[in-house]
Design a protein around this ligand. Sequence first.
Ligand code: LMR
Length: 345
Amino acid sequence: MKKWLLLTIISALALVLAACGGGESEGEAQSSEEYTAENPFIIKFSHVTAIESVKGQAADKFAQLVDEKTEGKVKVEVYPSSQLYGDNDELDALASGNVHMIAPSVTKMVKIDPRWQYVDMPYLFESDEHVQAFFDSEIAQSLMNSDALAANDIKGLAFWPNGFKHFSNNKHPLVTVDDYKGLKFRAQAGQVLEAQFETLGAGSATIAFGETYAALQQGTVDGAENPYNNFDTMKFYEVQPYLSTTQHGRVDYAIFVNKSFWESIPADLLAPVEEALAEATTYAQELAAEENAKSLENVKASGVVEVYEMTQEERDALKEALQPVYEEFEETITPELIEGINALR
Ligand code: LMR
C-alpha cells in the first residue's frame, strides 16, 4: 500500500514539474546557466558548398564570431560540402529540427513557396547593388515573413549574396541562342529553370549540387549554370571547357533556422548570436563580389576553359529569347514581387 502511495506522489510531482516547464522543450527559451565553454549550446549549420566558397567562408566567420561573442558558450558546428545533408534533404532536416540552420540558394525554397524562384527570372537583376537593394527591401521581408515558412517551423533571418550565374558546357562555345539547342543542362530546382532551358531549346535535369560534378563528368548532362565562385571552388572547370559570361540569373542565399529551436536559445545567448549573424552577413556582402572576381581569374588561369566574354548585344538577344519565361511565371512569382524588384533598379 505504501509503495503504491509513494509511486502516486512521484507521478503527481512529475506531472506538476512538467506542467511548470521544468523540462527542456524546443520552442521554449532555456536557462543559459548550464552552458559553458566545456558544455556549449550547439547550433548545427549545414550547407552544400565548399569551405572556401563565399557561403563556406561566411558560415565559418559566423561560427567564429559566435564563439568570440559568447565566450564559447554557444558553438556553431558548420557542416560544409553536403557532408551532413544535401539538396534533397536539408530542408526536411531543418523543418524536423535535425539540423538547426541552413543557407540554401533561395530557389531551393520552391518546395515551400514558389515565389522564391524570383531569383531565376532571366535578367531580373542588373547589378550586385540592385540585389542588395532588394535584400534590404520590404518585399524581401515579406518573403521571409511568409506563413508558408512558419507553417513548416522555419524562420528566415538574413540574405547572403553570391553572384550572377553564367552558362557553361562541354560541347562548344555558347554565344547565340541557337548554341543551346539540343544540349542538356543541370538545374538546381523548380519549374522556372526547367522553362528557361526549354525556351532555349535545351533539356534539363534537376541534380543535387553535390552530385553535379559527377553528372557533368559522366555526361548525364552537358552543361550547367553557376556563379564564378561555385564554378571555381567545385572545380567544375575541369569538366566544362566552355564558359560564357551570360550573367542571366543569380545564385543568392537566405539563412533559415528551425523556428522552435531558435526560440529555445536562452535570451542572453541569443542576443550575441544575432549580433554575430548581422556581422557575418556584412562580411558575406563584402566578400561575394571580390571572391567571384578572383574565381573568374582562377578559371581563366586554369588554362582548360575557353571563357567567352558576352557583348551587351549578345546578352540582350538571350534576354529577349527568354521573355516567354516571364509570360509563363509572372503569376506564380507574383507581379508584386517582379514589379517591386524592377522598381529597385
Ligand atoms: C546550386 O545548387 O547550384 C547552388 O545552389 C549551390 C549553392 O548553394 O551555391
